[in-house]
Design a protein. Sequence first.
Length: 162
Amino acid sequence: MSDPNGALRIESIDPADPTASPRLLADWRLIHNTIIPTAPLSEDDVRARAGRNRLDVAYLAGTAVGCSTVRPPDEETPAATVISRILPAYRGRGYGTALYERGLAQARTLSDAGVETVVLASNAEGLRFALARGFVETERYLLPGDRVPFVTLRLDEDAVSF
């Protein structure tokens, strides 16, 4: 998994066989749970998500630095959802943009009803990232037992992308 050039490499978890790469699943889970400590996922949770969503992991010189989720539309949300997460030590270097653009390209193939993202309200950098790319807040909600809300944002296609 090491990249001698130090370039960002993005790998997808195979939805046909989400158990094929235990390392990808573990790395995706670690990053998710680090960035969203209020809603930690178990190994089984991640496997289930991998079966219905596209999950990617970004590596820099063999180190997992970020992950993303692309959720297809469902009964509740007609838009596709794209979520990019970068570990704090690796932010501000373009890795989030690379993950986001990859996810956005796929999300646009899944729905004509637009694109959404979801950010934990306490993640000020994540909110700035989304707003800078033309997302507009549409909703805040709390999961049962939580005290920090999630923020749903919708991409304003008329806004200038960063």
